[in-house]
Design a protein around this ligand. Structure first.
Ligand SMILES: CC(C)(COP(=O)(O)OP(=O)(O)OC[C@H]1O[C@@H](n2cnc3c(N)ncnc32)[C@H](O)[C@@H]1OP(=O)(O)O)[C@@H](O)C(=O)NCCC(=O)NCCS
Length: 164
């Protein structure tokens, strides 16, 4: 089945929240500890500025993946040209270029909204996501050790950047 890549609306909030539930339950891929409810997701979407967006992959009957773009910081700053991404694909849809298609749509959006650079944080143990971003042209530029504590285990965070 093919997917349509498009900008999210408030009507997608429940679908995005359902994906978060699964990602959070996996515990391996994100620093997020609790999924936002659909209402919290709507509040987040409504808080976004015109330069920020969530893109979704729509399979017709449900949302199967999404990618977020947020400004690096929300206060006016000399880092306004920097954005940060996050990408989340349902398990059964991984490895089918859905993430790559979301990223290409997002790159077009960022170029037309005055970004020059994108940054992502990826968990140190999440080497699949590091390879995904490397394939998109991101390069590692830093690490934070013991940045996450999950029960009694630590994980680090890898910082990656890509100039547009
Ligand atoms: C990481 C993730 C976003 C990738 O999205 P995807 O749709 O599965 O990836 P794609 O099919 O678009 O892959 C594009 C390229 O990325 C690389 N890649 C993707 N998944 C990979 C994996 N598991 N191992 C190694 N490389 C991988 C490959 O180079 C691939 O290109 P190729 O098929 O030509 O070799 C997705 O698997 C996911 O949501 N994982 C769980 C959540 C997560 O880790 N999110 C990132 C948090 S920052």
């Amino acid at each position: 089945m093919d997917v349509t890549i498009r900008k999210a609306t408030n009507a997608d909030a429940a679908g995005i929240s359902a994906i978060w539930e699964i990602i959070v339950a996996e515990r391996k891929f994100s620093a997020v500890r609790r999924a936002w409810s659909a209402d919290e997701q709507v509040a987040y979407l409504n808080r976004l500025s015109a330069r920020e967006a969530t893109f979704v992959a729509d399979a017709g009957d449900r949302i199967v993946a999404f990618q977020t773009l947020d400004r690096w910081v929300i206060y006016p700053s000399f880092m306004d040209h920097v954005g940060q991404l996050g990408t989340f694909v349902l398990p059964e849809w991984r490895g089918q270029r859905v993430g790559q298609r979301l990223a290409h749509a997002m790159f077009a959006f960022t170029r037309s909204h005055e970004y020059q650079k994108l940054v992502i944080w990826v968990r140190e143990s999440n080497t699949a996501a590091q390879q995904f971003y490397a394939r998109l042209g991101f390069r590692e530029c830093g690490r934070l050790s013991r940045q996450l504590m999950i029960n009694d285990s630590y994980d680090g965070e890898v910082l990656m950047e890509r100039f547009l």
